[in-house]
Design a protein around this ligand. Sequence first.
Ligand code: GAP
Length: 514
Amino acid sequence: MAAQEDNIFKNVISHAKEYGFIFPSSEIYDGLSAVYDYGQNGAELKNNIKEYWWKFMTLLHENIVGIDAAIFMHPTTWKASGHVDAFSDPMLDNKDSKKRYRADVLIEDAIAKMEEKIEKEVEKAAKRFGESFDKEKFVTTNPRTLEYQKKIDDTNARLKTATSNADMAAMKQIIIDLDIADPVSGTKNWTDVRQFNLMFSTEMGSVADDANKIYLRPETAQGIFVNFLNVQKTGRMKIPFGIAQIGKAFRNEIVARQFIFRMREFEQMEMQFFVKPGEEMQWYEYWKEKRMRWHQTLGLGAENYRFHDHLNLAHYANAACDIQFNFPIGFKELEGIHSRTDFDLKNHEKYSGKKLQYFDSEENQSYIPYVVETSVGLDRMFLSILSKSYTEEKLEDGSDRVVLRIPAPLAPHKVAVLPLMKKDGLPEKAMEIMNELKFDLNCFYEEKDAIGRRYRRQDAIGTPYCVTVDHQTLEDNTVTIRDRDTMKQERVKISDVKAQLIDACSINNLLRKI
Ligand code: GAP
């Protein structure tokens, strides 16, 4: 990470704590690694992100319904889903730094460095050749870029084979051949690569033997798969249809750094879309496009999102990609879109002995549907919004301000109602306005300190509008509305305030733009 981005990331993390968005879990006991609590402002922002997702899925798609399945599931669920045998990361330790790493991540980072080298060659050549530069021709003919590209392709192919064969020795050999050194110790003194299962387990009931061992779900998706027929039959759903869910998931992440990007307890917003076998690729493309539009409608900058196709497919997928976001730690996965075939339902049928088939009355036949899944991490959504909206500004008068330019419909508070002074009946008038607004908008009331300081505090928590009650209000029933981003103020009739703010802050209006 570049030093400047590193600093911004540190500032975002300390801002999140100082302003009640995110606290380390059980901080008075020095915290718990990769576990976080959401504070008063964080909880509001999180709820708003959930609403934006839930409404998009369930209100805007008449063939998608939502459920809320339990975190604990019958242990055989995880045998059938493949998680007991295959949900593991290939890990290795550096003997000098004693740090543990994911082998595939070390290799992917090395590939990313080679890609950067190609980019640098392209930049240099573009400068040299000016307007006549043909990038496509350059990368396909320049010996140095061709050499890098060949190394990238070879490495990707070897990583793919090693992953699908679960061949840990081959994975270690790639690390040796690429001459990868530990970023901490700088040495290449590596242990062998071993598989490490990521599921947390606990015991159910009073007898702590193996028969009672259950897992904390590592993905919410399985709660949807095991309820597939319950929902289909009770909802009389016809294929294609979807089931959506928001809920906690748990993974014993070994490389658990980077704040809320990689947590051990986190939340997912997942939707499984059940389709006719053979039609999955068309729906896969459909959902890629829809999900990208959902993200970009937030207005954080279309250039901050990109697709990244998976070369190494998970055990259940026949096509998969990520929507990556430009986090302060670089472009990283925000959402996964996977064509999961009939892998899950077929295996649940096998392990449970219960039929999990859909009767297609048009085709007059039963089949196990194929599934296209969209899975976005709620905490990563939170981080994408927080980190892109965090802005340090130098103002014309020379002063500094930190402002969170959170999209207005997602902001924790939509409006702060502020009497200019704590006297002359201004607080009473402000309270009157607040009491009218609070049924439709999440409001904040404050009367202490100079108005400028109160504006700054609202900027820091991302409140898009401040309604200020001054002496003129008492004369002509008008207030000023201050815009967080432009800091401009306009005078508005009190009777117009509510409609104007609801219009600007409504999640439903945001949904209309998708
Ligand atoms: N059901 C499919 C599934 O779980 P995944 O790619 O492993 O797929 C989906 O996870 C999304 O969940 C990711 O794109 C990411 O946003 C989020 N996620 C996964 N692991 C996470 C972690 N340790 N901390 C925070 N979010 C995580």
